[in-house]
Design a protein around this ligand. Structure first.
Ligand code: DQA
Length: 143
């Protein structure tokens, strides 16, 4: 089982960025945590982070026929990017949408998620544990 973890803009600054909202752990901490859990679940992970919408679209396209699931925190692009939504539709890979915080707690213009339109599951407000939950969603039933 091959799972792609994709993190969008400003998530490279985890640990430094508004720690009262996003916590003190860094992106490397998150990736190490996921790698550990993937080992237990016998799953293979790839990691990608970008601050650029087109790079995220390119990366999603490159996953076509190469992975079984996507765990996506599109960050601010969640609320704006029809291009990322279309890329997800195009490759037709199941996607679990994750947010560290609960975006619904934020200002009105950010409430909507384009990703939710295709996501098989959306997990919000659980911090790093939300990514682990997403990984377990894809874990083979026998694990
Ligand atoms: C986020 C929530 C988004 O609203 C925000 O723009 C982010 C991070 C989260 O993980 O809580 O950058 O996706």
């Amino acid at each position: 089982m091959q799972i792609a973890i994709i993190n969008g803009p400003n998530l490279n600054l985890l640990g430094l960025r508004e720690p009262e909202i996003y916590g003190h752990g860094t992106l490397s901490d998150l990736e190490a945590l996921l790698q550990e859990e993937a080992g237990r679940l016998h799953m293979q992970l790839s990691f990608f982070q970008s601050n650029h919408e087109g790079e995220i679209v390119d990366h999603i396209q490159s996953l076509y026929a190469h992975c079984d699931g996507i765990i996506l925190n599109a960050a601010a692009y969640t609320h704006t990017s029809i291009a990322i939504l279309d890329a997800l539709k195009a490759v037709s890979i199941p996607v679990v949408e994750v947010h560290l915080s609960d975006p619904k707690q934020r200002e009105a213009f950010r409430h909507q998620s384009y990703i939710a339109e295709v996501a098989v599951k959306t997990i919000t407000g659980q911090g790093f544990a939300g990514y682990i939950q997403a990984l377990r969603y894809f874990a083979p039933a026998a694990q």
